[in-house]
Write a protein that binds this ligand. Structure first.
Ligand code: ACO
Length: 325
């Protein structure tokens, strides 16, 4: 049975906190260097939230910008999905706080937790709500304050991450009217056998604390290239799309070397890859919508372009989504 509605990406928005933390400043805090960080990751700087600046505040700002870009108001939104691993509180969902901040008073709001893959999971979930007609206009947000869960004395992790938020508005358009536009497919995976490779060592039901991020970076790296390539191949196959026809690749921005290895493996031209990792670091669930926002605003991604998004993160989780703008 074909879906009644297609989720068309009607607007994109992003928000980065004002404070920029460069590699040189980091090298005064831990035993590292600008050269090591740039060589191994491609990261030059990242944004860090101000004291008191919360995930919901950044999510609401990105959401507001996406609503403005889509030309819709809070009264039009009937679903908010926030992908985050750094919620304001254990409960309620950050999405409920964002809902109130934006003045949205109807529909559902909930969070999705798939760490760096969160935005792809959230997009796929909202797309399913729209395809069945359960939502007419959804706000999908990825927002993180990883600076709050980093161990700032651990050089192997604290140099990698940054804070920020990105958002898209999905509008339900009857499939017959949507033509080629909209979300064409998604592919989601998880393999909980690898929890120990990337996790936070605290939580309400285990330690009653927030905890700090722990990662076996070189092992995560090995899984990343294989899993991301698999997700891209599967989503393209499912949507009957040839990878060569994709106009823009908007990957999760974890490490420049991962982006290059995936592009090489799948024969993707580097000029089609949107990269923000050098300036944003890894903003987890925010990285894909932040990169989308940048490429839409600077005119690279245009109406009619075929865009492929992918991510991998703690869980391990991974996935990909294809959309025509
Ligand atoms: N500065 C200087 N040296 C460092 C630093 C640093 N910041 N960090 C680690 N090192 C050292 C290590 O101690 C080690 O030294 P040793 O050989 O004396 O023991 C050496 O550098 C090599 O360490 P590796 O971990 O093997 O380095 P690698 O080349 O793998 O790079 C990195 C590390 C950048 C973390 C890489 O493995 C990576 O990007 N992994 C993937 C991370 C990722 O993709 N995460 C995605 C999901 S994130 C999420 O879901 C939240």
């Amino acid at each position: 049975m074909s879906d009644a509605f297609r989720s068309v990406i009607a607007g994109v928005g992003g928000y980065l906190p004002e404070r920029v933390l460069g590699n040189d400043e980091l090298s005064l805090m831990v035993d590292t260097s600008d050269e090591w960080i740039r060589d191994r990751t491609g990261i030059r700087e990242r944004h860090v939230a101000a004291d008191g600046e919360t995930t919901s505040a950044m999510a609401a700002e990105a959401g507001k910008r996406a609503l403005a870009a889509a030309g819709v108001g809070p009264e039009d939104i009937d679903l908010i999905v926030v992908a985050t691993a750094t919620p304001d509180m254990t409960f309620p969902a950050t999405a409920a706080i964002v809902q109130a901040k934006l003045g949205v008073t109807r529909g559902a709001a909930f969070d999705i937790q798939a760490v760096c893959t969160g935005f792809v999971y959230a997009l796929s979930t909202a797309d399913n709500f729209i395809a069945r007609g359960q939502s007419k206009a959804a706000l999908v947000i990825g927002a993180e304050t990883f600076s709050r869960i980093l161990d700032w004395s651990d050089r192997s992790t604290c140099v990698l991450f940054g804070d920020g938020a990105g958002a898209v508005v999905l509008k339900g358009v009857p499939t017959a009217e949507a033509g080629e536009r909209g979300v064409l497919g998604s592919y989601l995976r998880s393999d909980g056998r690898y929890v120990d490779l990337l996790y936070v060592d605290g939580g309400p039901s285990s330690t009653k604390t927030v905890g700090h991020l722990r990662m076996v970076g070189n092992q995560v790296f090995r899984h990343a290239v294989r899993n991301i390539a698999e997700a891209i191949e599967r989503v393209a196959e499912g949507a009957s799309v040839d990878i060569a026809d994709v106009d823009w690749f908007v990957p999760h921005q974890a490490n420049q070397r991962i982006l290059e290895a995936v592009a090489k493996r799948l024969g993707i031209d580097e000029s089609k890859v949107v990269t923000t990792v050098s300036r944003h670091g890894n903003t987890s669930a925010a990285s894909v919508p932040l990169a989308l926002d940048e490429a839409v605003r600077d005119g690279r991604i245009k109406s009619g372009d075929l865009v492929l998004m992918e991510a991998m993160g703690g869980g391990l989780t991974w996935g990909a989504a294809l959309a025509r703008f």
